[in-house]
Ligand binder design. Structure first.
Ligand SMILES: [Zn+2]
Length: 237
């Protein structure tokens, strides 16, 4: 599993260089987060006793899927005459591509970037991280989600956007931080069943991250940042 919080943070950081098109940055952040929702398919397969091979880092991590998502959203945008849906689709495509690139660079595993073609790219072929490190990756999911939520809360306060949601974001930040500590203990002490408990909490947390991202879209997309982070087109200062 990749670190969803890192993907989310990387997505939000791109706002500095992204044109202020409605829903574009929202799409980029969601696109950075969404590909690992394929872990839901892995969970369903596990629960139903089906094979889990070929479910993670395949259909949601493919450049063909990226192209399909962009194309479908552009068509819907044209037919429905809603340009922001086109921006959302383009953002999703950009975000998914960023997610794939980051997975290739910093994770010790391959990605089926041209799924359904059976071609896996793995820059880490032959590299096996030590056990303690591989185990640490799971609890770290919660820590990075805490950083993502906390970062959004800080951004909202700095920009005075979505202020009504900041209180809840702080709650979610604390919950994820506590979950990090709990799973940090469990991963090294629980002999069996860790992945079942962790997998369920992970999927709920990822779902929460997607909901929070949509709720905080004004903060993520805010063009008028008083501290000078991102200004609307045509702004002289
Ligand atoms: Zn991934």
């Amino acid at each position: 599993m990749a670190q969803a919080g890192i993907h989310g943070i990387v997505g939000v950081v791109t706002r500095k260089w992204t044109p202020a098109s409605e829903w574009l940055v929202l799409g980029i952040v969601l696109g950075n987060l969404l590909p690992d929702a394929d872990n839901l398919a892995v969970a369903v397969a596990t629960v139903t006793g089906s094979p889990t091979a070929g479910l993670h880092r395949t259909f949601t991590h493919s450049l063909f899927t990226v192209t399909a998502v962009i194309t479908v959203f552009q068509l819907i945008a044209i037919i429905a005459k809603r340009p922001r849906l086109g921006n959302l689709g383009l953002g999703l495509g950009i975000g998914m591509t960023m997610h794939i690139a980051l997975d290739l660079l910093i994770w010790f595993d391959g990605v089926a970037v041209l799924w359904p073609l059976p071609m896996w790219i793995n820059f880490w072929e032959g590299v096996t991280p030590p056990d303690w490190f591989a185990q640490l990756m799971s609890p770290l999911e919660m820590l990075f989600l805490a950083l993502y939520f906390g970062g959004l809360a800080a951004l909202a306060q700095r920009q005075s956007t979505d202020l009504g949601r900041v209180k809840w974001l702080k709650v979610w930040t604390a919950v994820q931080a506590i979950l990090f500590l709990v799973f940090l203990v469990l991963v090294y002490t629980l002999n069996s069943g860790f992945m079942t408990i962790f997998g369920a909490v992970y999927l709920l947390s990822l779902g929460l991250a997607l909901v929070v991202t949509v709720q905080m879209r004004q903060t993520i997309e805010s063009p008028a940042d008083p501290k000078g982070f991102r200004k609307p087109f045509g702004s002289l200062s």
